[in-house]
Design a protein around this ligand. Sequence first.
Ligand SMILES: Cc1ncc(COP(=O)(O)O)c(C=O)c1O
Length: 385
Amino acid sequence: MVFVSREGAPWRDEWSLEPGLAYLNHGGFGLTPNSVLAVQDSWRARIERNPTRFLTFELEDLLREATAKVAAAVKAKSEDLVFVENATSGLNAVLRGMDFEPGDEILMTSLAYPAIRKAGLYAASRVGARLVEAEIKLPLTSDADILRAVASRLTKRTRLAVFDHVASHSAIVMPVAMLTRIAHEAGASVMIDGAHAPGMIALDVPAVGADWYVGNLHKWFFAPRSCGFLWAAKPVQAGTHPLAISHGFTEGFRVEFEWTGTRDVTAALAAPAGIDFHARLGGAALMTRNQDLVREAATELARDWGTDLIAPAANFAAMAVVRLPLAGDTTPARAGALMRELAERHNVAAAVVFLADALWVRIAAQAYNEPADYRRLAPLFRRTA
Ligand SMILES: Cc1ncc(COP(=O)(O)O)c(C=O)c1O
């Protein structure tokens, strides 16, 4: 399939973006197409016609149908995958559910999402275990550097290793299958934080080989917020529980996660509509188009500013990170101030990040973007180069 191109109006009218806004932060929170929101609305309307009937008698089968669609999209078996509210809750469910012991180690890399690093710290600190960080030097030169850094921090005390599939701030696509293999060889269990991966890159979850894989559907697979999944390999399913224990406890992995208390299930039920929308725009071809667009835009900005990328272009999928041509005050606070300035003064939504003692801009590409969106960034920083 090819990306279904619409010259001059790249699908923007499928979303409700403000006119004039250059939205370069699809990775931040996703962006739900209007047609998917309409499907979610119809679920909500159906529930409200008789919540008792829906939630008591109909929900389980409907959730299983939606789960089957999501599982097929990531090449998983339906019975191994459950919906979670978001990546944070899926990752926390595993981190909080493991029975770590004093002296155990949880391994993450320095590219891990800060919120998940905190979740790891919390899980470790409660029992006298340790969070260990493998430092990845930036700018990255090759995957071999990641593998070497991780290998050097694996010990016989490593109980769990958590690797990002697509790292958040650096946008680096990590060699997760190889990382999983070396962590397993060292005797550790492995969880992949795939918050950005589903819908951004071709994904075969079981082939990664991890024990758990957590993904978001509300970012790149166009599901409404908030919607993600947790996949668990068969041997670890019995020991994997949702953060909220409810009626399903002792009923097995799927049933436990299907009811975690009364909640809004409409995002999960509308997730298949998001996946269909992704396919309508080309599926694999859409992902390739987004990757090409963002790599080209990042390379062009770096050339214009006389700077560099945080990793080889081959390590970027639909997001890329370019060094800003700024000296002097390079602090996390300045990154926040610049991001706000871009939004408020220039109508550009893009993440400004502080990494390796420098400031960078993370840009993302989605079907509603075109090259002109990224060119708006160039003159904003050129003058200070
Ligand atoms: C790598 C990574 N992990 C976890 C998360 C958390 O995702 P959520 O806020 O949807 O739970 C993010 C969010 O961007 C992320 O980039």
